[in-house]
Design a protein around this ligand. Structure first.
Ligand code: IMP
Length: 433
């Protein structure tokens, strides 16, 4: 009986989609616990590519999928995703449970985000423009609308009108009122509610009952630890708890039910949006990683910023989440590099740091200390056997594991499920069973 959290160890886009898809076979339920349709989990099944933004990827394998209370849901985006899956022959309605405590995103949340990102004299966060942050603001401000009230024909209008009144005031202040038709949105959302109602339930109750009955749950994180609202590079973060702790609050499960935490990390690093990124590589090398790794956002299509592996960052994210094991993805992207720098320490003003700085100024002032490792310069793409890896690739992995103090239990060498190396007898194999 093992319930496991799989989450990103960097700034998102680590390849969690594939990892969750691969492991989901061994679980009965896959649950999302934070974020919204700002996430983009890419899963390849044969020739078909699926990008799932809200619905846990377990549905593709016929598993029960749960969207927990910590997720913010744009009903239009959810319905669109359901329809795309239906066209591919996957009827999610019977497999999907949506928490009655999850909050609803409205079009005016995107308006607030747009205005906020465009403010003069403020640095833009570089958000995904999905209304995620403003929806969480309403949640914490205790004026948001939850699924339970959204599907309640008697309640919704009253609550919506109150929220709309607030936003109308804001829209007026920012001179955008003529762009928002509040009455039309209400009508549209009433239609959405009809479609979504059958799937809304007490998801925490469902998960706890299932676990008590011996069912195994895989909790699927979105974004990554460094985008967590508390532990990430604040304020250049998303607005939810993307760390392991978020799984408990965001799904309504006690910590005592979680048996393990698996981190997912690329063999290098990427980031989208603004904010500190100590090992970012500009110029030719950065471009080479971007091209080899096809590093363009799954949701927004934005080119991702690319950089070298950062050991202090993995050490930090491992401390915050308590990784039992780590999956290293996209090792093959480094196949063409004769020399691979790895950041082993941080310095600020010439002094070595022991901890991850909290202040944005210190984060931006980090001088990475690199060690250069020899590249393996031979293809690892699609490899499935650890022993078959070039010795220098094995040395690279051992270096990361040793310096960051983490167990590496699995290596991904391509987008397909079978382009994977699971290290026999690692902590990871014990966890996923
Ligand atoms: P928001 O989540 O749209 O508010 O964006 C906040 C920050 O998180 C921005 O830098 C986004 O680029 C980043 N972000 C949000 N979701 C993802 C994701 O799924 N992968 C990578 N970055 C993300």
């Amino acid at each position: 009986m093992s319930n496991v959290i799989v989450l990103g160890a960097q700034w998102g886009d680590e390849g969690k989609g594939k990892v969750v898809d691969l492991f989901s076979e061994r679980f009965d339920i896959v649950a999302r616990y934070q974020g919204g349709h700002n996430a983009g989990h890419t899963v390849f099944i044969g020739e078909k590519k699926f990008i799932l933004k809200l619905i846990p990827s377990g549905v593709l394998r016929g598993k029960m999928a749960v969207i927990g209370n910590g997720v913010v849901i744009d009903p239009g985006a959810l319905i669109e995703e359901m329809e795309t899956l239906e066209k591919a022959g996957i009827h999610v309605e019977k497999q999907l449970a949506i928490s009655n405590r999850a909050h609803v995103i409205f079009p005016f949340h995107r308006m607030v985000e747009k205005v906020s990102e465009a403010r003069e004299n403020r640095v833009a966060i570089g958000t995904t423009s999905r209304g995620i942050g403003p929806c969480y603001e309403d949640k914490i401000g205790r004026r948001g609308i939850r699924m339970a009230d959204f599907i309640d024909r008697g309640q919704f209008r009253t609550l919506y009108d109150l929220l709309a009144e607030d936003k109308q005031t804001l829209a007026k202040a920012f001179h955008v009122e003529e762009q928002i038709d509040f009455a039309r949105i209400r009508g549209q959302y009433e239609e959405y509610a009809e479609r979504i109602r059958p799937m809304v339930c007490d998801a925490a109750g469902l998960l706890n009952t299932a676990m008590r009955d011996g069912k195994r749950v895989l909790f699927e994180g979105a974004q990554g630890t460094m985008l967590d609202v508390d532990h990430g590079t604040y304020p250049f973060v998303t607005s939810s708890s993307a760390t392991a702790g978020g799984a408990c609050t965001g799904a309504g499960v006690p910590p005592t039910r979680i048996n393990g935490v698996i981190g997912v990390s690329k063999a290098y690093i990427t980031r989208v949006g603004s904010g500190p990124f100590p090992t970012e590589v500009q110029g030719e090398a950065g471009e080479k990683i971007r091209t080899a790794g096809k590093e363009f956002g799954a949701v927004t299509g934005r080119p991702r910023r690319c950089g070298w592996f950062d050991v202090p960052l993995l050490r930090y994210t491992s401390m915050i989440n308590g990784f039992d094991s780590v999956v290293i993805t996209k090792l093959d992207v480094l196949d063409g590099f004769a020399e691979i720098p790895v950041c082993v320490a941080y310095k600020v003003n010439g002094r070595e740091l022991r901890d991850m700085p909290a202040s944005i100024h210190d984060l931006e002032s980090i001088e990475p200390v690199y060690e250069k490792l020899p590249g393996w310069c031979s293809p690892t793409f699609g490899m499935t056997d650890y022993d078959g890896l070039p010795d220098r690739a094995k040395d690279y992995l051992k270096f990361l594991s040793g310096r960051a103090g983490v167990d590496i239990g699995c290596i991904s060498t391509g987008p397909e499920r079978d382009e994977t190396i699971v290290i026999p007898n690692s902590k990871l194999t014990a966890l996923i069973g």
